[in-house]
Design a protein around this ligand. Structure first.
Ligand code: ADP
Length: 252
């Protein structure tokens, strides 16, 4: 006798995943195909062809984001990180992530970063960069233009805490538990219009797992959300913890 319950469950998870990926790719592919048929039709003049060609950018970049996120997720699930032992100053990872978002959703204007104490941790810069990009871009996308997004990196007595707060749509309690599942979205149409792949929080969960941490979510519908996590301080900074924890707040 063999227990095949786990095996069956894994097979179902895999089947669902493949079905989801196929579905996510099929929609932009259908859009591209539709435009291509008109672009290559002999009836259209060159001005119209040019206009239609520019409309290919959106579905193409959606497919590109999806493939990039899938590759990253696969890597996070299946490999050891090469640069996992780096000393990382978390506040500078946050700053780089915001700079990388550029003018997307007015990131530079809306994100306020504050850092307090020695915020060095041991980990992978590239993975922590992905973590910050996903949390911050979600906060920007699920709140309105002009609303601030507050990112704080704080040294507490025995940890370094990263928190991303927004004042946007918020999340009803019944969704919280499933948010980090691949392709789980509260509102499919919203996520798609806002350019989401549905994989951001799954990536966040794996990055945190690889850093011995976990995602905490506090949210109130219509009021906004706080996504936070805690890391062990790097050994180099532990010895200086008392002094660092007492350091004055620095507005970046
Ligand atoms: P997506 O690409 O759809 O944003 P994520 O995995 O990043 O995928 O997030 C999953 C879902 O969690 C989103 O579709 C959205 O419903 C919800 N969500 C994530 N971040 C926020 C946030 N800051 N405020 C409200 N809802 C959020």
């Amino acid at each position: 006798m063999r227990d095949i319950t786990t095996l069956n469950r894994l097979l179902t998870v895999r089947q669902n995943f493949v079905a989801n990926v196929s579905h996510e790719l099929r929609t932009p592919l259908a859009v591209i195909q539709g435009y291509m048929e008109t672009i290559t039709s002999e009836e259209e003049d060159s001005e119209m062809r040019l206009a239609l060609t520019s409309r290919l950018v959106n579905p193409l970049s959606r497919m590109q984001s999806l493939v990039n996120d899938l590759l990253l997720l696969t890597r996070l699930e299946s490999t050891e990180s090469e640069d996992h032992a780096s000393q990382v100053e978390l506040a500078s990872v946050v700053r780089n992530a915001v700079a990388g978002l550029g003018d997307l959703n007015d990131a530079r204007q809306r994100v306020q970063i504050s850092s307090e104490g020695d915020v060095h941790i041991t980990g992978s810069v590239s993975e922590l960069h992905s973590l910050c990009v996903n949390l911050i871009s979600n906060a920007l996308r699920y709140s309105s233009e002009g609303q601030p997004v507050e990112v704080s990196v704080q040294r507490t007595e025995d940890s370094v805490r990263l928190a991303v707060r927004d004042y946007g749509v918020g999340i009803a309690p019944e969704h919280l538990e499933r948010l980090t599942e691949r392709f789980y979205r509260v509102d499919m149409a919203d996520s798609r219009t806002l350019g989401g792949t549905g994989l951001g929080l799954a990536i966040v969960k794996h990055v945190l797992r690889r850093h011995n941490s976990a995602l905490q979510i506090e949210s109130e519908l219509g009021q906004g959300s706080v996504f936070s996590c805690e890391f062990a301080p790097s050994e180099a900074s532990t010895s200086e913890s008392a002094a660092s924890a007492a350091a004055p707040s620095e507005k970046l």
